[in-house]
Ligand binder design. Structure first.
Ligand code: C2E
Ligand code: MG
Length: 271
């Protein structure tokens, strides 16, 4: 009995939270921050990942862990995910119009990808925003891509967008599974990157992954690089691109503009 009232209280709270999230979308309380991705060899600024935040009227700015699971369980992720994709592409088009040439990556949840209208939606967003499809990267968790997904992935690649596997952990994931999918980017999990310095096995895994990447034209992006030693280790293994607090935390678009100005002066690289 106690269990039942506990679960009905929890579901009532879930309904309230879902209602609050719906209102948050209507009231424009969500916003995106962008985290730079840097070429580890040339130092060039090669992209940003868009990450959602909620400016909660009472609780301040909330990170996705506090509300994305509820967006997913309530199905609201379809509407919020569409908003995030459209907002990131509109921002990408603005940067592109200013002359910057870098990718914008957007996280896509399993429910969005499973929705039958998803490919059409991506096509519409690209058309409306005029952001070049070749600069848009869609990031999927690996378990999103299990089962019969080849047709849908092919539909996306036919639009010209790039597809990434997010939070990839070498050793726990089968590389042979990847070879059959039209994936062009692999994002190394940040927890894996964090343990790399104490793990000869980890370094060995990165080595074989980089070998495979070179053969199959796959780009590897290491997430969560926090210090120079991690960066150096990844660079020695020939990992192409890095993202993490060492380079920059995620920032709102206007701050990225300032970062880009400083960055181009600092590195002297055309962007
Ligand atoms: P993710 O896609 O793996 O994003 C990377 C996360 O690592 C971000 O957390 C980022 O702030 C954090 N991070 C980046 N560099 C470092 C570092 O050097 N050290 C540490 N400790 N952390 C670092 P965030 O923004 O809290 O996002 C968490 C997750 O929420 C994302 O993980 C992604 O799975 C999900 N998410 C974010 N935005 C969206 C969205 O628009 N749609 C969907 N479906 N999911 C989203
Ligand atoms: Mg991601």
């Amino acid at each position: 009995m106690a269990d039942q009232s506990e679960s009905s209280r929890e579901s009532a709270e879930g309904v309230d939270y879902a209602r609050e999230l719906k209102k948050a979308l209507e009231d424009d309380q969500f916003f995106l921050v962008y985290q730079p991705e840097i070429d580890l060899h040339s130092n060039a600024f090669v992209g940003v990942e868009a990450l959602i935040r909620w400016r909660h009227p009472k609780r301040g700015v909330l990170s996705p862990d506090a509300f994305v699971p509820e967006l997913e369980s309530s199905g609201l992720i379809l509407a919020v995910g569409r908003w995030a994709l459209a907002t990131a592409c509109a921002q990408g088009a603005e940067w592109h119009d200013k002359g910057f040439r870098f990718t914008v990556s957007v996280n896509i949840s399993a429910l969005q990808f499973a929705w039958s209208g998803f490919v059409k939606e991506v096509e519409e967003v690209i058309t409306t925003s005029r952001f070049p499809a070749g600069l848009l990267v869609l990031e999927f968790a690996q378990d999103t891509l299990s089962g019969d997904v080849t047709d849908r992935l092919t539909g996306l690649t036919q639009l010209g967008v790039r597809l990434a596997i997010d939070d990839f952990e070498p050793g726990q994931s089968l590389l042979s599974d990847l070879e059959n999918l039209p994936i062009t980017v692999l994002k190394l999990d940040r927890h894996f990157v964090a343990t790399l310095s104490d793990s000869p096995e980890g370094t060995e895994l990165v080595h074989s992954l980089v070998d495979l990447a070179k053969k199959s034209q796959l780009q590897i992006v290491a997430s969560g690089i926090e210090d120079a030693e991690q960066r150096q280790r990844l660079q020695l293994e020939d990992v192409g691109v890095g993202q993490g607090f060492l380079f920059s935390k995620p920032h709102e678009a206007a701050d990225i503009d300032r970062y880009l100005e400083d960055f181009s002066i600092f590195s002297g690289k055309p962007l």
